[in-house]
Ligand binder design. Structure first.
Ligand SMILES: NC(=O)C1=CN([C@@H]2O[C@H](COP(=O)(O)OP(=O)(O)OC[C@H]3O[C@@H](n4cnc5c(N)ncnc54)[C@H](O)[C@@H]3O)[C@@H](O)[C@H]2O)C=CC1
Ligand SMILES: CC(C)CC(=O)C(=O)O
Ligand SMILES: [Mg+2]
Length: 373
């Protein structure tokens, strides 16, 4: 891969969003410096900060910039003044959902693994989580988050709908990823109760015919929530609908050691967006304590999306170095031993600038994304 010139829109958002974005940008600039790539970063408003500035959680200028970008980096959005006000009509999360829909980001890919260096920190028993390495494919633009919703006199409703097309397109991506991994796919649903889940099973049974080398199993979501903690190593690729994927991947972050460790890529036919799976963690806003690694690894997923596998691998090695040397924020260690958000970012930058390139993967090791989009 030669030298690249990429236009990246950054939606830092709310709470800890700007702090973790700053560290990811530093790391990406270090990658640019090391390899000669030109990354430009265009900061745009989305979320509560956009409501404050314009009244709109996703201003037209932001959406336009995202359409024109090579990729979008998103920190997090959300603010307690909306969370604690059920009557609010305009909310930061509406901006995020509209952005996902407008950019057609139908698949949210969330890798989860148990890092050897963090095993002792986990509240889960080491022997249970050791070696766990899974990849969530969460459908991102359908289901209950996007169905018709409303209030009647004394009740409220949120409709959940899925079409065959919506299920099949994300299922194909998940099967292709499984082919590049350990060739196992688990569909998580609630097909014993929900009609939409029965459609998911039907469509996945059709799609699987094209991937005879991938073993498929089916789990009800309640059982899956338990199996994730009991025996996470049984999972390779987990395919599921929007809300189940949202919930289960936060649960799975306990296996990785912290919600601040999990990155994600949201992809569609035309666009790609990279964001940590966590929210705006408002309690930590401005305190320089948030873990920036989920955001930095989201940047690494963006590098893979650009085909920059060696560069992404260098970032992964730099993160590994931080974990091995215990350069950790307070979610992963005791407050007295903890490093700040900026210190963790600075350490990872120094590893990117000084790390050995020999032996780094030149192919995609994380997700096989080049084959996906
Ligand atoms: N994609 C997004 O922008 C998302 C936004 N939200 C919004 O974020 C706001 C807060 O939501 P919560 O439910 O509190 O979820 P959250 O993900 O912001 O935080 C939950 C807990 O996870 C831990 N945590 C999260 N990120 C961390 C990090 N980088 N480093 C260390 N620890 C971290 C903290 O213990 C925190 O209390 C809400 O307004 C919500 O709507 C929630 C999830 C995703
Ligand atoms: C607004 C929410 C759907 C965001 C969230 O929790 C997520 O995408 O993980
Ligand atoms: Mg979530």
């Amino acid at each position: 891969m030669g030298i690249l010139n990429k236009k990246i829109v950054v939606l830092a958002g709310d709470g800890i969003g700007p702090e973790v974005c700053q560290e990811a940008i530093r790391v990406l600039k270090a990658v640019g410096e090391r390899f000669g790539h030109e990354f430009s970063f265009d900061m745009q408003l989305m979320g509560a900060c956009a409501i404050d500035a314009t009244g709109d959680p996703l201003p037209e200028a932001t959406l336009q910039a995202c359409f024109e970008a090579d990729a979008v980096l998103l920190g997090a959005i959300g603010d307690p003044k909306y969370d604690n006000n059920p009557a609010a009509k305009v909310r930061p999360e509406q901006g995020l959902l509209k952005l996902r829909k407008s950019l057609g980001l139908f698949a949210n890919i969330r890798p989860v693994k148990a890092y050897e260096a963090l095993l002792p920190q986990s509240p889960l028993k080491e022997e249970r989580i050791k070696g766990a390495d899974m990849l969530f494919f969460r459908e991102l633009t359908g289901g209950i988050y996007f169905g018709e919703k409303g209030r009647l006199a004394d009740s409220a409703y949120d409709h959940c709908t899925y079409s065959r097309y919506e299920i099949a397109r994300v299922a194909h991506l998940a099967f292709q990823a499984a082919q590049n991994r350990r060739r196992k796919l688990t569909l998580v649903d609630k097909a014993n109760v929900l009609e939409t889940s029965r459609l998911w099973r039907e469509v996945v049974q059709e799609v699987r015919v094209s991937y005879p080398d991938v073993a498929v199993d089916y789990l009800f979501v309640d059982n899956a929530a338990m199996q994730l903690i009991l025996n996470p190593s049984q999972f390779d690729v987990i395919l599921t609908e929007n809300m189940f994927g949202d919930i289960l991947s936060d649960e799975a972050s306990v296996i990785a050691g912290s919600l601040g460790m999990l990155p994600s890529a949201s992809v569609g036919e035309e666009a790609a967006l990279f964001e940590p799976i966590h929210g705006s963690y408002p309690q930590a806003k401005g305190k320089n304590i948030a873990n920036p690694i989920a955001m930095i690894l989201s940047g690494a997923m963006m590098l893979e999306h650009f085909g920059l596998y060696q560069e992404a691998s260098l970032v992964h090695h730099a993160v590994q170095e931080a974990l091995d040397k215990k350069i950790l924020t307070q979610d992963l260690t005791s407050p007295t031993l903890a490093y700040s958000t900026e210190q963790v970012g600075a350490f990872i930058v120094s590893c990117v600038l000084g790390g050995v390139l020999e032996g780094l993967h030149k192919e995609n090791v994380q997700v096989g994304m080049s084959t996906l989009i």
